[in-house]
Design a protein around this ligand. Structure first.
Ligand SMILES: Cc1cc2nc3c(=O)[nH]c(=O)nc-3n(C[C@H](O)[C@H](O)[C@H](O)COP(=O)(O)OP(=O)(O)OC[C@H]3O[C@@H](n4cnc5c(N)ncnc54)[C@H](O)[C@@H]3O)c2cc1C
Length: 514
């Protein structure tokens, strides 16, 4: 085979948003003898110029796609796994590379601590299924015993312990034995997918009509196309010198939040407010900076159980995560301790317990999700650069949920399979998402739950509001009207001990209304 590689040949210039010049590398094969692999050589000054001006050569594959193409998928979270699954459905082979030491899944993480054992879902907690394709998949997972409906009550917990169950709710799903086992089983019935883990792909190089992957200098195979099924700093680094400037630019536009997770095991059940006789199992926490979600893994995964241990997952708000951000691989002990204590105080306040009355957990672990959830999105199911034979899938392309990640993986698989079927002719028809603008993403701090009404219904809010106002002394009510600027009709003045949170609640509740 002969390599035709023409560095710096300006065939079809890519106009960078930074008004810098970029170039195209043509990468094709012919059926002659194999050329030795040669690296492109850059001297240091050129490299630094490249870095400063964000110039990257665009790779352009011109050879026909092989009859039996193989795709490399870098990332074994929900999006990468479903991309592999749906490529197989279209008759395309793939290899999934994932860094996971304990298993696949990425942000579908479940931590099991022996010998108790303790069990915690420490990222994705549950999901809903609003899209028919995803709903069908979930139905199949239920039949295979990978997923079950979460029947436990969830709702909103206000500072002080006021719990309101979500008024109406579509089915909520969780992994049987946690989210990670679901991820580990998604590909169990496939025949055309290889999984390589733990593996951290550190380099992508186009050569001889193929993508060559390596891990810290060790070759990891050659592929007809690549899928980037992860995001954040790691993806930016991988793409920075890959020859995919358009894809790299879209990835760089993504913004991500940070969230602290506190895993805590208690000997006794926590005194959570009852809702129609049964304690809640999950709650979106309102009005507390250090806690945005809490869930009882023991009840959720292992079913009702009143004897210990009781394993809880607590998540901070994104604002708290941002303010307390440190390198997630190397959390200073003092930060971990401070975060733990602040979050436990938050839990105590959320449950309306008096200070220092929350039982001490016998096991704790804090973890920072430094690249937790997307806060903006191009709102397109996937990105594909057909000239470079490379694509991106992930939650952030559509939203911030397992459903969004799944739909993105499926969309990219179909896009790549369609492109292969066309045998690489008129590649421009198959490029997608390379120019889309980003929009801010709405949702809860731990993601979106399509179909779930996370806003407690207006009538319940009004009821709570009326109750709170009625309980305030007249002087506080006058202050409230002064501070908020809202005209509020009130009933007989009673006593209110917690003016500040009430004000915060009222302002939040009435914000934007007259
Ligand atoms: C704290 C938290 C709570 C959440 N709660 C919910 C929830 O309750 N419900 C919900 O629907 N969603 C929730 N989410 C969001 C949900 O987890 C994600 O939307 C979804 O898991 C994203 O899947 P993904 O495939 O896009 O990415 P990821 O799950 O991030 O997968 C990417 C994978 O790629 C791997 N990788 C990265 N770089 C490389 C490399 N160079 N080589 C090889 N592998 C690599 C990573 O290790 C990872 O395994 C939550 C997220 C967080 C952080």
């Amino acid at each position: 085979m002969i390599l035709t590689i023409q560095p710096l040949k300006l065939t079809k210039p890519y106009h960078s948003p930074f008004n810098s010049i970029s170039t195209t590398i043509l990468c094709s094969t012919s059926n002659n003898k194999k050329a030795p692999f040669r690296r492109r050589k850059y001297n240091s000054s050129r490299r630094s110029v490249l870095k400063k001006t964000f110039i990257q050569e665009q790779v352009k594959f011109t050879a026909p796609v092989s009859d039996d193409p193989v795709v490399a998928i870098i990332g074994g979270g929900m999006s990468g796994l479903l991309c592999a699954l749906y490529l197989e459905k279209r008759g395309v082979r793939s290899t999934v590379f994932d860094t996971g030491v304990h298993g696949l899944g990425g942000r579908m993480g479940t931590r099991i601590i022996d010998p108790h054992p303790l069990i915690f879902d420490h990222a994705a907690q549950f999901f809903t299924a609003s899209d028919p394709v995803f709903a069908e998949l979930v139905h199949d997972w239920c039949l295979r015993g990978l997923v079950q409906e979460w029947q436990g009550t969830i709702g909103e917990l206000q500072l002080g312990g006021q719990f309101t169950p979500l008024p109406s709710s579509p089915p909520k799903y969780v992994g049987v034995n946690g989210m990670r086992p679901l991820a580990d089983s998604i590909l169990s019935q496939t025949h055309m997918v290889d999984v390589v883990r733990p593996s951290w792909i550190s380099k992508l190089e186009p050569f001889n009509g193929m993508w060559h992957l390596s891990e810290n200098g060790k070759p990891r195979g050659q592929f007809d196309a690549i899928v980037i099924a992860h995001n954040g700093k790691c993806a930016n680094r991988l793409l920075s010198a890959s020859g995919l400037p358009l894809i790299a630019r879209q990835m760089k536009r993504l913004e991500l939040s940070s969230i602290w997770a506190l895993l805590a095991a208690f000997d006794d059940p926590l005194p959570v407010p009852d809702s129609s006789g049964s304690p809640f199992e999950g709650a979106f926490v309102k009005g507390i900076d250090s806690v945005s979600w809490m869930a009882d893994n023991t009840r959720k995964i292992l079913k009702p159980k009143d004897v210990g241990p009781h394993c809880w997952t607590f998540f901070s708000t994104a604002a708290f995560g941002k303010r307390n951000k440190v390198p997630q691989e190397n959390i200073p002990t003092v930060t971990a301790e401070r975060v733990k204590e602040t979050m436990l105080e938050g839990v105590e306040a959320a449950l309306g317990l008096s200070k220092n009355s929350l039982q001490r957990p016998f096991y704790t672990r804090v973890q920072l999700w430094g690249a937790a959830l997307p806060t903006n999105t191009p709102g397109i199911p996937c990105i594909f650069d057909s000239e470079g034979r490379a694509g991106i899938c992930g939650d952030w392309l559509l939203g911030s949920s397992l459903e969004a990640a799944a739909l993105s993986g499926i969309a990219l698989a179909n896009q790549i399979a369609d492109y292969f079927t066309s045998n690489g002719s008129s590649p421009e028809e198959f490029s997608v998402g390379l120019q889309n603008e980003f929009q801010p993403l709405e949702g809860h701090d731990i993601g979106q739950f399509p179909g779930l009404d996370l806003q407690v219904s207006k009538s319940i809010k009004l009821l709570m509001l009326q109750r709170l106002i009625n309980s305030m002394p007249a002087v506080h009510r006058r202050l409230l009207i002064q501070v908020t600027g809202h005209k509020i009709s009130v009933g007989a003045g009673l006593h209110c001990e917690k003016l500040v949170p009430v004000l915060a609640f009222l302002v939040a509740t009435l914000g934007g209304t007259s």
